[in-house]
Write a protein that binds this ligand. Structure first.
Ligand code: SAM
Length: 289
């Protein structure tokens, strides 16, 4: 059987009794035009090892394989889908491997050992989407060529936000310190079965050239968590605790970074946060010496 000859997803859901479970954040995409559009955002996958988190009944999974991915590793927590996914594997000529487990715990680099570039595609479970993105951004080095990720729209907007935007915060600074990130597709709630309460959007992330990537994500997280955790306060106040942890004052930190201590986090651009993270790291190391 070929991928085209597989039964419609709705029939698969009925025959395998795959009703969506809220606890696993399950909202299925059954529109094949839409899944094909998302899969195409990954670019040429003919030499790629693709990875998908949460294949569920396999709508996007089929599209990734139909778009020609050389191989696909799907990580799924809910064992109910394994039968339907095995049918897709057979129809794809054995290109699909399913790993049952929690994507937050999986070491992808240990599972994807073959040659070829790695691409991540996922209609992410909303409850762990941000955590998974942070995990992939923290990898050193970043092992994937591109990530095509569907989030709830509000989270997608936070990933691509610019200084001054309402959505600008920790996620934008961390994501854009390592990647070029763009919002590629908005998807209405009614496209899903069952429809979630909010709209969704697909973000495409391409790692920046190695030399342009900011490496000290831990320091960046520390600084942005403080700065945006109290975003109404001036940086002099919101960074006081982080500065204290590095044995210095917020004023000294901001002065070394060339940033006005009376400004608020939302106006500081990504380079500004990177400078702050560098200065914080030096002070922190000096305080331990
Ligand atoms: N890809 C399918 C689609 O587009 O129709 C399903 C997407 S649904 C939003 C999220 C999927 O992720 C579900 O299949 C769910 O069981 C799975 N899932 C939830 N949490 C997970 C985790 N921590 N690790 C792996 N899979 C998870």
């Amino acid at each position: 059987m070929s991928l085209d000859a597989l039964p419609p997803l709705r029939d698969v859901i009925t025959s395998h009794d795959l009703g969506a479970r809220k606890s696993f954040g399950q909202h299925f995409l059954l529109d094949l035009n839409l899944t094909a559009k998302i899969a195409r955002l990954a670019g040429d996958m003919s030499e790629a090892q693709a990875i998908e988190v949460g294949p569920g009944p396999g709508g996007l999974t089929r599209a990734i394989l139909a778009e020609g991915a050389k191989s696909l590793l799907a990580v799924e927590m809910d064992a109910r889908f394994l039968g339907a996914l095995e049918e897709i594997n057979a129809a794809s000529g054995g290109r699909l491997t399913v790993h049952r487990g929690d994507a937050l715990e999986v070491d992808e680099t240990a599972l994807l050992t073959g040659p070829g570039d790695k691409v991540i595609l996922s209609n992410l479970p909303y409850n762990v989407g941000t955590q998974l993105l942070i995990k992939w951004l923290q990898a050193e080095p970043i092992w994937w060529r591109r990530a095509v990720l569907m989030f709830q729209r509000e989270v997608a907007e936070r990933v691509v936000a610019q200084p001054g935007d309402k959505a600008y915060g920790r996620l934008a600074v961390i994501a854009q310190s390592r990647c070029d990130a763009r919002l590629s597709l908005k998807i209405p709630a009614r496209a899903f079965t069952p429809p979630p309460k909010v709209e969704s959007a697909v973000v495409v992330l391409d790692p920046l050239p190695e030399a342009q990537q900011f490496k000290d994500v831990t320091a960046l997280e520390r600084i942005t968590a403080s700065a945006f955790g109290q975003r109404r306060k001036t940086l002099r106040r919101s960074l006081a605790q982080a500065a204290g942890q590095a044995g210095t004052s917020a004023d000294a930190l901001l002065d070394s970074a060339g940033i006005d201590a009376g400004s608020r986090a939302e106006v500081i651009d990504i380079t500004g946060f990177q400078t702050l993270a560098r200065v914080w790291r030096s002070a922190y190391e000096a305080s331990r010496a």
